[in-house]
Design a protein around this ligand. Sequence first.
Ligand code: NAG
Ligand code: NAG
Ligand code: NAG
Ligand code: NAG
Length: 778
Amino acid sequence: MKPQRMLIGPRDSTMLLSLCTFILWAADTTQESLLDSTPSCPREVSIKGGTVSLSDGYHQGSTLIYSCPDGSYPYPVQNRICQSDGSWTPMRSPSGRRVTQALCRDMRCPPQQAFENGFFSPRQNSHAVGSALNFECFDGYQLRGSAQRHCQPNGLWNGTSPVCDDGAGHCPSLAIPPGAHASGGHNHLGDRISFQCLKGLDLVGSSQRVCTPEGEWSGADTSCRAPYSYDRAEDIGAEFGASLTNVLSVVSSGSDHSGLPQGQSLGRKLILSKESFLHVYLLADASHSVTKKNFEIFKQSLKIIIHRIASFEVSIRFAVFSYASQPKMIVDTFDDIAEDPDLVIEEMEEKMKYEDHGNATGTNIQAALRAVYDMMLSHRAADETHWDQTRHAIILLTDGKSNMGGSPKNAVNTIEDFLDVKENRQDYLDIYVFGVGNLDVDWDAMNELASKKAGERHVFKVADPQELKKAFEDVLDPRDLQDLCGMANNSASAMPDQKQPWHVTLQQNTQKERSCRGSLISRTWVLTAAHCFRYFNYTPSWKVILADGIELPIKRRIDHELYNVQAKVDQGIKEFYDYDISLLELDMPVQFAGKTRPICLPCTTGANKALKKPETATCKDHESDLLSFERVPAQFISLDNERMNVQIKTKKSRPTCISEAIQHELYSKVANVSEVVTDRFLCSGKDENGVVEDASCKGESGGSLFVEKRARYVQVGVISWGTFDPCKNKIKDTDTGHTIRETPKLGRKPRDFYISLFRVQDWLRHHLAGSLRFIPQQ
Ligand SMILES: *[C@@H]1O[C@H](CO)[C@@H](O)[C@H](O)[C@H]1NC(C)=O
Ligand SMILES: *[C@@H]1O[C@H](CO)[C@@H](O)[C@H](O)[C@H]1NC(C)=O
Ligand SMILES: *[C@@H]1O[C@H](CO)[C@@H](O)[C@H](O)[C@H]1NC(C)=O
Ligand SMILES: *[C@@H]1O[C@H](CO)[C@@H](O)[C@H](O)[C@H]1NC(C)=O
């Protein structure tokens, strides 16, 4: 029946009634109750200050949803169902008291309970939307996170939880989120900190965190959420995107791209291979309260996410389910179509119907996850190859708490056991849970299901399905997917060019021994040291040799305009290396593949993703993330393509480090070392701690100094100069042909200096704006 038939005159309408009561209940109530013998529920269900919507009129089984304007939420926080006795489920306060009139209450943000080594204001029991919280640290402590936070209309503080850190701990100090109490240790190795939320707030993330040997906290960031708070699409886009990018990049580093035809790049349609390495299971709630309209939005959201995920150059197989009381499988990972996103979507169009669940309209998340488990079982039984290397991501969309089938957590445990997800296999399973609907979403239950990983979030709640769709549209912007930076093959058997695919050699045509190193930071740009060109200034006489041996001409060279080796000759400083940095533009863009890849440049969107920072992160956040320890473990690459280890001395350790610069005979008469080692320089070298550190050799200049974060590499400096050359005597090992690096004489403390990429940001931004996307400085 076409909708316009409804518009014909009153003569026809009685005939249509029995079929179209859903349209007519509002127009004519007496006739409806005559034709429909089941009792209908009362219409007196208003909410003070808000609006009411119903999934199926006042009929039995219909769900009643209260909505309130932005900045407020319905109280009590519950959906109501029209029961078989013709009454709405009663409303109850959180303490169980009966409530007769629903009303819209103003959103409030949770109060800060504690803040170590600093102070905050104002201290209140809760905060109104729009109000601010200000934080300050005691002397000697540095503030990480937001110094000022505002209470937003979604019931959450903006920015990130601040913390005061003196950099002395093994792990960075852990922020105490608003609404939480912390107890336990500090930030020493092995310390354990437990969080508890104020009464009425739900804990999201990990309730206990441990300072690990890697200097990071186990588990996911903790937050305390009011049941009515929700995430905004833009926050989800950023956080879900950052986490999912991580899943996808781990997988894509495992595939071989050497067969790429010219012009093919990352960020395009996936390259399909026989073996698949990532299975993505998508589960959409089709239970009664979702309503057909919202189910359609779920479907569209899943299609969007399939397209987004498929835009990675990764081999993926999809599975799709809808579920209510029972799950319905739409696509199986083992189907032929499972690896073709277009066909998966076609299949969804055809087979994924809200009506399929008939009357069985409960929410049985446990059964849905069991179905995923069964699928895994049969897939492995049918095809064992690569199973152990296959990663799995489950994306679960639900409107409400599981109301039948038992605890879904049991199903998650079964899946974890089956996939052998232990400490060292955490990467093999990611479970994302999206709670949808501004009511009735059970944070505890969702949090229990979702994965908990350092620096990532796996559980979200949005106000309505439209927001979810918007969030998925925002996520994984294909413009950012290109050229995943800072990835390398760390397998023991990998060749050097696979281990540091960004590392390039610069060679002068006539004097082959004149060489420097550099790093690929985009398709067309190489970063190196300006002093490399001191004696052979003519750029066309140089070429760039990529890690895989390909030689490329240089189109243009840009030295830092403040680089001037003779700037301080008058002051008795014969050579001065401040701003010792250059950019080389290649004649043509390189094609990225397994052996040719850029390193991440800090303060770019690429580095932001690699570091799993939210989209709102700034350059300052990157600096404090990468250089937050007193002694930051970092690496550079030797003439023989080995990774060498150093420790960058920051904060209190820096002055001692740079003071040894005067060991160099050039500077032996310099009274004030800061005249030579300006703020632009990072410093490394053996200190009183006695940790053995490598020193760089002549010829290694221009190469990258980089920091590893969860198997991604971010450059922090460019090798400029040092006080000791361990390769000076050019002694080769007769077996390997490698240069033997000599150790310094007893008592000497070699020092190496690097141009910090954080101190030449304006220059980098100015020249690279067209090639890389930068995030704000502050
Ligand atoms: C928080 O919101 C306020 C007011 O909208 C804004 O001025 C501020 O920049 C925001 N802070 C962060 C860290 O996003
Ligand atoms: C790394 O390189 C090794 C040796 O070439 C290769 O066997 C392996 O498949 C590579 N691993 C990844 C993850 O690319
Ligand atoms: C749905 O309910 C109707 C009436 O209560 C019943 O006749 C029908 O068999 C049910 N369908 C299913 C799939 O359970
Ligand atoms: C040392 O030189 C730096 C940089 O020129 C200057 O800022 C500082 O004041 C000098 N310190 C002393 C003790 O002269």
